[in-house]
Every structure is written in structure tokens, then in C-alpha cells.
Write a protein that binds this ligand. Structure first.
Ligand code: HEM
Length: 531
């Protein structure tokens, strides 16, 4: 009996130690990937690699990449591990240009991918890959020209005015992210779905509820987003969805009912939906008048060229069914959270530095005086200081704080003999670059002067990329800029914004949020301006 016990014990000890040895060897091999290739890298911890603080939700994905960027100081690129998965973080702007623009045919896709069987609305421009992306991007680009934005401007400005009415009616101390979220929801639903969601007027507005659900950063939802962006295989195996069944049902119903009503009543409205209807009916919107004004939307650094040869060999596709709804859904998703984040962070920073607010208000009121008391598309677009302010917000708080691209084939980094292997993810750590004191001295300090012409020209354009770069850059850039500017201009033309007792003295980022968000929200005080 004693002998049997001893051999069982010995067997167990042998099994456990072999398992531990095997596990150790496995991790040792996996975590020596960058070392074997002579790439400077972050020292990994067991199991988690470089990713532990992000998994434990001590930092958000943007801060994780910022940490990697900072660790790699002085290097052109830096290796890290997302669990055992090796990834490369870029630091050199010329290499970013190479990968995002010149080598686009090698770095063609993002990590996150659509899963159309489980999540039909994931067949959208952000998530689809390869040829389908090419076709869709070409089809969708005309929707976002400056001509179209100008046509949509009255719809956006109406929401700006409703935002002021909302502030006036409320108790003067407002949770700004929530209110900016309502404004952004109204702007995007009126333009993308062609309906007035009335989030500002109705506390139970359905679209606002669905928006909250998509970006509800509970521990689990945060895990889903992190997996989609950092661990695509895990996301695929777990069947993670961006849009729940309930959201999909709601979006489909809203979209098709609105289209039916429009077609039956022959309603014409200058919005994204009208263009989606034209695409559905097989019309070529690239030949319309707007296209004579150029394909590209406004750019901050003038480096984006959407007419790049990559777009030219696209074959025609029929836009129908869920593919159409999916595009409206991504406009909604990508549009409202980024806009709410930009608007609320801007008003926060202006409340904390009243002299900046005064300067911006002078420009806004002067513009209104010149335009008979009304904002126009051109008036908003041409306000120089407003543009500098929003640009500075997007530096300090880029809503999407990382860009990612996956190598579709082996690629040798120019000037080295190091190969980025097929399937490796390459990250551009926007938050890290934007907060680099070598590029933006005293980076925590909010200073719109960083974006005056002289300072802007003195920087490498790839050291500021809030909208991404290359053929996959943000298609809604012009729209996003105008929507945030309209909100800020309307609010400052009517109110003085200041901190209240609950306003944080500095912003702490929410570690669970994929789109940058303040932990605990942003409460601000609004006082009616006497003019
Ligand atoms: C302040 C506002 C916004 C910011 C900062 C922002 C930022 C970004 C960034 C960083 C990307 C990734 C680009 C890349 O990988 O190179 C992106 C992609 C995208 N954005 Fe935006 N965005 C904003 C507003 C909008 C709006 C209003 C819409 C739609 C109405 C939109 C739709 C999209 C889409 C569809 C993509 C994927 C494009 C593609 O892969 O072809 N975004 N955005």
C-alpha cells in the first residue's frame, strides 16, 4: 500500500514537473522571438508578455502602446508581446509612412475582422478585409466629399442649436461626455439614418440607448474590444460580435423602414442615407457634381492621397441587404463616440484655461458678426483658432489611440536585415507619439499654438495622425471635424464653460475604454453669456 502511494506520488511529481518544464520551454521559446531576430523589445512577463497591465485593466490599450513606445526610446521600432503573440511598435515616422502608405499592398488589413455569419453588420468598412474593402471604400468615398458635407451642414448645425437649448434647460452643471454623446448621436443619426433620434430632447431615445450598449465599457465588453483589436484569433474562436442581435435587429428595422418611407413618399434629403439609397439602386455617385470638387475630404497634414493607385483596379459590387445597413451602422458607431469624446475633452480643456476659451470665443463671435448671426459650413471650416483647438484636443486625446496593420507577406524593414513575418501585427501608437516630449514639449499641457502654421510645418507630418494615414485613413474625417467644431462653436457662442466642484483637476483615462474616455466622466459648469 505504502509502495503504491509512493509510486503515485512519484508519478504525479514527474507529470507536474514535466508539464512545468514543457510550459517553461514553450514560453521561453515564444518570448525569445524578438531576441532571436535582434529586435529591441520589451521584457515579457510569464504568460501575459508585455500585456499584463492591460489585461488587468490598469491601463487602456492606448496607454499600453504608449508604454511600449516610451520603452523603445531612441529606436526606430520596438518589439512587444500580446500574450505570446509578437507585435511590432513603430517609432520612426518614415517607417510609418512606408508601412501605412507606400507598402499598403503588404500592410493591407487590420487585426479586427468581420464575422458576418454571427454578426451581419460587421461587414462594414472598418472590419472587412481584402478585395471587398477596396470595392466598398471606392463606393463610399464620394459620400464624404466637402460638397456633401456642405449639403449636410444645416442638419448638423440644427443639432448644435439643440445642444445649446439642452444646456440652457439643464441645471447648469453637466456631465459633458453624456451630453456630447446625445449631441453626437443626434448628428450621426440625422445624417446616417436620416431620422431625428431626439437624444437631446428625449432621455429614453432608442439610438442613444443602443449607442451606450455598443460602447458600454463593462469588464466583459472591454475584453471583447481588446480581443478584437489585439487578439483576432481569440475574438474569432469566441465568436465575439461588435453588434448584438438586439442592436442588429434595431438597426435593420430603422434603416429599411426609413428607406421605404423615403422611396414611397419620394422624400429627398441631403444626407448619407440618400447616397446609400443611390448606391443600392445601382447609381454611380462618383459622376455627380460633388466629384468634380475632388474626392478627398479635408486633411490636417495634407499627406493623404485617396486617389492612390491602390483604388483603381476595383471591380463593381452590388450594395444591397445587410451590407448597406452595415455601412450606416459603422457611420453611427465610428461617428458618435469619437465626436462625443472630442467635444467633451475640448470643453474640459477650455474650462481649465479660460484665456484660451476667451480667445476662441472672440473668433467665434467675430465670425457670427460677419455672417449675420449664422454659422455656415465655410464659416466653421475657416475658423483658424477653432481648428487649432480641435487639433490640440485630438493630439492629447486621439479617440482611437492606436493604428494597426497586419503583414500580408514577409517584409524586410528598409535599412536593416530584419523581416516582419507574414501575419505579424504592426502598431502605430498614436497616444505615445502625440505625448512624446521630443515631438510635443510638455505634452500634458494643452496648447493650441502647437498647431499654428509655423509649429505645424516644423514637425514630421507622421508625428500627428489622429485620423490615421494611407488609403485606410478615416473616411469620416471631414465630417468628424465639422461635427465637433459645430458643437464647440455653438456652446461657446452662448455659454461660459468653467470647472465646478466635481471637475477633475486632470483627466485620468478609463482603462476599460477602447475609444479614449475619462474615468468618472467630466462635469462642467455652464453660465449663459450676456450678449
Ligand atoms: C473626431 C472624429 C474621428 C476620429 C478621430 C476618427 C479616427 C479614426 C481612425 C484613427 C481610424 C483608423 C484609420 C487608419 O487605420 O489609418 C478611423 C477609421 C474609420 N473611421 Fe473614423 N474617426 C472619426 C470620425 C469618424 C466619423 C464621423 C465616421 C463616419 C461617419 C468615421 C468612420 C470611419 C470608418 C468607416 C473608418 C474605417 C475606414 C477604412 O478602413 O476604410 N470616423 N477613424
Amino acid at each position: 500500500m505504502a509502495m503504491l502511494g509512493n509510486s503515485l506520488l512519484e508519478g504525479t511529481v514527474l507529470f507536474v514537473s514535466s508539464f512545468l518544464l514543457f510550459a517553461w520551454l514553450y514560453f521561453w521559446y515564444k518570448f525569445s522571438y524578438w531576441q532571436r531576430r535582434g529586435v529591441p523589445h520589451s521584457k515579457p512577463t510569464m504568460i501575459f508578455g508585455s500585456y499584463k497591465d492591460c489585461v488587468l485593466q490598469k491601463e487602456c490599450v492606448g496607454q499600453f502602446m504608449q508604454r511600449m513606445y516610451n520603452e523603445g526610446v531612441g529606436k526606430r521600432f520596438f518589439g512587444c508581446y500580446v500574450f505570446t503573440r509578437p507585435a511590432l511598435v513603430l517609432r520612426d515616422p518614415e517607417l510609418m509612412k512606408e508601412i501605412l502608405v507606400k507598402e499598403f499592398n503588404t500592410f493591407f488589413n487590420r487585426n479586427a475582422q468581420s464575422n458576418h455569419q454571427k454578426d451581419p453588420l460587421s461587414q462594414n468598412l472598418f472590419l472587412i478585409k481584402g478585395e471587398l474593402w477596396r470595392h466598398l471604400r471606392l463606393k463610399m468615398s464620394p459620400i464624404f466629399t466637402s460638397f456633401r458635407l456642405k449639403q449636410m451642414f444645416p442638419l448638423i448645425n440644427t443639432c448644435g442649436k439643440q445642444l445649446c437649448q439642452y444646456v440652457e434647460r439643464s441645471d447648469k452643471q453637466i456631465e459633458m461626455k453624456e451630453v456630447a454623446g446625445k449631441y453626437a448621436t443626434d448628428v450621426i443619426t440625422t445624417c446616417a439614418f436620416g431620422i431625428e433620434s431626439n437624444s437631446l430632447l428625449n432621455p429614453n431615445a432608442e439610438f442613444r440607448e443602443f449607442g451606450r450598449k455598443i460602447f458600454d465599457f463593462s469588464v466583459y465588453r472591454s475584453f471583447e474590444f481588446m480581443s478584437a483589436f489585439m487578439l483576432p484569433l481569440v475574438a474569432k474562436l469566441m465568436g465575439i460580435t461588435f453588434f448584438s442581435r438586439e442592436t442588429t435587429k434595431f438597426m435593420r428595422k430603422t434603416f429599411w423602414e426609413t428607406i421605404q418611407e423615403r422611396e414611397e413618399k419620394k422624400i429627398e434629403r441631403h444626407d448619407f442615407l440618400e447616397l446609400l439609397i443611390k448606391l443600392k439602386n445601382g447609381k454611380d455617385i462618383t459622376n455627380e457634381k460633388s466629384m468634380k470638387n475632388g474626392l478627398s475630404t479635408e486633411t490636417l497634414n495634407g499627406t493623404t492621397d485617396v486617389s492612390n493607385g491602390i483604388m483603381k483596379d476595383s471591380k463593381p459590387i452590388q450594395l444591397e441587404g445587410d451590407i448597406l445597413v452595415a455601412q450606416a451602422a459603422i457611420f453611427f458607431t465610428a461617428g458618435f463616440e469619437s465626436n462625443a469624446s472630442t467635444t467633451s475633452f475640448t470643453l474640459y480643456e477650455l474650462a481649465m484655461q479660460p484665456h484660451l476659451q476667451t480667445r476662441l470665443r472672440e473668433e467665434i463671435l467675430h465670425t457670427l458678426d460677419k455672417n449675420e448671426g449664422q454659422f455656415t459650413y465655410e464659416a466653421i471650416r475657416d475658423m483658424e483658432y477653432l481648428h487649432m483647438v480641435i487639433s490640440e484636443t485630438l493630439r492629447k486625446f486621439p479617440p482611437l489611440p492606436i493604428l494597426d496593420r497586419v503583414a500580408e507577406r514577409d517584409y524586410v524593414i528598409p535599412g536593416t536585415d530584419i523581416t516582419i513575418e507574414k501575419g505579424t501585427t504592426v502598431y502605430v501608437p498614436l497616444l505615445g507619439i502625440h505625448m512624446d516630449p521630443e515631438v510635443f514639449p510638455d505634452p500634458e499641457h494643452y496648447d493650441p499654438e502647437r498647431f499654428n502654421e509655423k509649429n505645424r510645418k516644423a514637425r514630421h507630418p507622421f508625428m500627428y495622425l489622429p485620423f490615421g494615414e494611407g488609403p485606410k485613413y478615416c473616411i469620416g474625417k471631414g465630417f468628424g471635424l465639422i461635427a465637433s467644431k459645430v458643437a464647440v462653436a455653438n456652446v461657446l457662442a452662448n455659454f461660459i464653460v468653467s470647472p465646478c466642484a466635481d471637475t477633475p483637476s486632470s483627466i485620468q483615462l478609463n482603462p476599460k475604454a477602447m475609444i479614449l474616455a475619462a474615468r468618472g466622466g467630466i462635469r462642467l459648469k455652464f453660465t449663459k453669456l450676456n450678449r
